[in-house]
Design a protein around this ligand. Sequence first.
Ligand SMILES: Nc1ncnc2c1ncn2[C@@H]1O[C@H](COP(=O)(O)OP(=O)(O)OP(=O)(O)O)[C@@H](O)[C@H]1O
Length: 280
Amino acid sequence: MAQTTQPATLLADGISVRLGGHRILDRLDIPELPAGALVALLGPNGSGKSTLLKALAGLAPAHMTRLAWGAIDLRPMPAARRARYLRYLPPGLPEDVHLTAAEAVMVALRARTGAAQAGEPARRVAAVLEELDIAGLADRYLDELSGGQRQLVALAQALAHDPAVLLLDEPLSALDLNHQHHVMQMLRGLAHERHILVVLVLHDLDMALRYADRALLLARGALLAAGTPAEVIRPDHLAQAFSILTRIEPSSLGHPHVLVSGLADAGGTHAAPSDKPSAH
Ligand SMILES: Nc1ncnc2c1ncn2[C@@H]1O[C@H](COP(=O)(O)OP(=O)(O)OP(=O)(O)O)[C@@H](O)[C@H]1O
C-alpha cells in the first residue's frame, strides 16, 4: 500500500517581541502553514508584519513557545543556521554592490552549496534568472540597474538558497504592474510545484485575493483573521483593521476585488465620498 507522507508545516506559537520598550507582538499564535502554500501577510502600517517575519527568521529578539518546521525545532538555531530553512528577504532594495546580477546570484548559491562545485552553479544561476524572466540582466551590474530590476535580483538570490520557507517583506513594492503579476504567478508556481512555503507581506488586497492560498491579517500586533483570502478579506475585517468601508465584488474578469466606498471615522460612522474602485 502506498504510504502517504504529510507535507511539512511551519508551527509557530506564543510569539512575543518587545522593541524600544514596547510590546510589538504579544503571545501571537499563527495557524499551521503547510509546505506548498502561498500565504499573504496583510495588515495596516505598523501592525507588526515585518516584525513577525523577522522574529521567525531569528532577526528580531523574540520569545516563542514553539517554532518548528515539521519535526525540526528551529528555536535553538541562530539566524544564520535558521536561514537554511527560513530565508527572509527584507523590504526595500538590496545594496548597490558592484557585482553583476549573475555574480550576485552565484554568491548566494555558493553560500548554500560551498565553493567546491563550479560547473553546476552556473547552470543553476541561469535557471533562477530565467525563472524570474531576468536572464537579460545576467551581465549587468547591480549598481546600474533600476530599483525594480534590483528587487528581482534580490528575489533571485533568495531563490538560489532553495529554502523550505521564503519570507518576503513587500517583494512587489518596486515592481511595475507586469512584473508584480509575473512575480506573483512565479511565487505561486514555486509554492505549488516545488512545495516551498512562501509567506509574503502584501499591501495590495486584490493581489492577495487573486493569488494567495491563505491569508493572515494582523492588526496592532494581534492576528485578526486567518483563512482563505476570501474568508479574511471581508468588509468587517477591513473596517476593523484599516478603518475603511468596502465591498468585495467580482471584476469583469471574475477575480474578486476590493471596492473602497469610504473611510470609517473614529466614532464608527461613515464618510462615503465616492463609490469608485480602489486604485488597485
Ligand atoms: N527597532 C524598533 N524599535 C522600536 N520599535 C520598532 C522597531 N521596529 C519596529 N518598531 C515598531 O513596531 C511596530 C510594528 O512595526 P513593523 O515594521 O513590524 O510593522 P509593519 O506591519 O511591517 O508596518 P509597514 O506596513 O509600515 O511596513 C511599529 O509600531 C513600529 O514602530
